[in-house]
Design a protein around this ligand. Structure first.
Ligand SMILES: C[S@@+](CC[C@H](N)C(=O)[O-])C[C@H]1O[C@@H](n2cnc3c(N)ncnc32)[C@H](O)[C@@H]1O
Ligand code: SF4
Length: 392
């Protein structure tokens, strides 16, 4: 169990990742307790967070931004053992001026201080980075939830054994038939081996499939294969037309594919949502018995709620992706966040706490004068990607 919760101060209250994986708006009265957790004087398990949940925080939806990202991706390297056709990061070779280990450590510190709730360590291939284990273990010391994206092929038992138990892995593959892969290489025995090591050393894991035109017909088979093997249900990602995928427009899903994509998506979710360990774990919760103690980390759902309420894609700041190219903007973002934090209006006494029994509306329901936004799945102008994401 983590010693502290990840939280950030926002207009309307404190947004926190709770020990059970929920992301909620809390009454500011939680702050002294949260600080005591940081100092190690109080354990998260000793606090009844439900008492502090704001069901209807007073927020100016038109101008609301999180004071820090809810989710941060750190591209630790662009070096990769594969050169997948669809790779948005165009990975393979290192980028010029890649982030140094010290810079990545600084970023991790900065994200923790800002109150980022969930950090994805990604690449390129993280396990191609000489300091992969050290970086993951450093991130695991922080209150945020640490997730690792990997293709799994460079993993060894030694590396997995050296990690602090409770890392959450996304391990990517894209076909049930290795001869049809666009990833360059597939290695099912290695994949299974990784899963065994994750379980043996107390880590959570989940597969990730980037769905594209050439594996759309494989997707149900992949879900079925995972279920048969007792592996977690895959995370469905749609292949976006960016990075190297632009060189291969034939792989990207097209408007005529939409109906089929939805049908397949729905069938996969209907049939396989009950597959073992479908969700990610909060670090520290899985040691010993990973399958039984997993629960979801609701950061993405939280961001979607925010999008729906504010009507703004990613609500300005809910997600950040940092690599050597974008890192130079981070100091600018940070300074804005500093300003934002100092000018955050205090949560008024009128803010309602769930225990008071008042206000059961979900946070950020739009004021009546703006009208309720239609659920994302019914928003026609957004195209096919959002409905799929919203239902994950
Ligand atoms: C860029 S990779 C980095 C981590 C690791 N090398 C891997 O493949 O898992 C992160 C995830 O993004 C997915 N991905 C890559 N390009 C994508 C694209 N154009 N659209 C959607 N997902 C993509 C990959 O399949 C993988 O699941
Ligand atoms: S998707 Fe992952 S494995 Fe494939 S090239 Fe990109 S970074 Fe490498």
């Amino acid at each position: 169990m983590k010693q502290a919760i990840a939280y950030q101060e926002n207009a309307g209250g404190i947004v926190a990742l709770l020990p059970d994986g929920r992301v909620e708006f809390l009454h500011p009265a939680i702050k002294p307790l949260a600080e005591r957790m940081v100092r190690g004087e109080l354990a998260p398990g000793d606090v009844d967070f439900d008492e502090y949940i704001l069901t209807d925080p007073l927020v100016d939806l038109e101008n609301f931004h999180l004071s820090a990202p809810a989710i941060a991706f750190i591209e630790t390297t662009n070096l990769c053992n594969l050169k997948c056709k669809h790779c948005y990061a165009w990975s393979g070779k290192k980028r010029e001026g890649e982030l140094s280990k010290a810079q990545i450590i600084d970023l991790i510190d900065e994200f923790a201080e800002m109150g980022v709730l969930q950090v994805f360590l990604t690449g390129g291939e993280l396990f191609a980075h000489p300091n992969a284990v050290e970086l993951i273990n450093y991130a695991m010391t922080k209150p945020f939830s640490t997730q690792v994206f990997t293709n799994g092929l460079l993993i060894s038992e030694e590396k997995i054994a050296a990690l602090t138990p409770g890392v959450s892995f996304f391990i990517s593959f894209d076909t049930a038939n290795p001869t049809r892969t666009i990833r360059g290489k597939m290695d099912f025995p290695m994949l299974r081996q990784c899963f065994e090591w994750f379980e043996k050393y107390g880590h959570a894991y989940r597969t990730a499939i980037s769905v594209h035109r050439y594996n759309l017909d494989d997707v149900e088979e992949i879900f079925e294969w995972c279920a048969r093997m007792g592996f977690p249900r895959p995370q469905w990602l749609e292949t976006h037309p960016i990075g190297r995928a632009l060189l291969h427009p034939d792989i990207v899903l097209q408007p005529p594919d939409i109906d089929r994509v939805f049908d397949i998506y729905r069938r996969c979710m209907d049939r396989y949502s009950e597959a073992p360990a479908p969700e990610l774990a909060t670090p520290g919760e899985v040691q010993g018995r990973p399958q039984e103690r997993l629960y979801s980390v609701d950061t993405i759902k939280f961001c979607q709620r925010l999008e729906r309420a504010t009507g703004r894609e990613k609500c300005g700041r809910s997600v950040v992706y940092v690599n050597s190219v974008t890192a130079r903007f981070i100091s600018v973002i940070s300074s804005r966040i500093q300003v934002g934090v100092s000018s955050i209006p205090k949560c008024s006494d009128e803010s309602r706490v769930r225990s008071s029994g008042a206000g059961l509306r979900p946070p950020w329901t739009r004021p009546a004068r703006f009208g309720l936004l239609p659920p994302i799945a019914q928003t026609p102008i957004i195209g096919p990607r959002r409905p799929i994401s919203s239902a994950r």
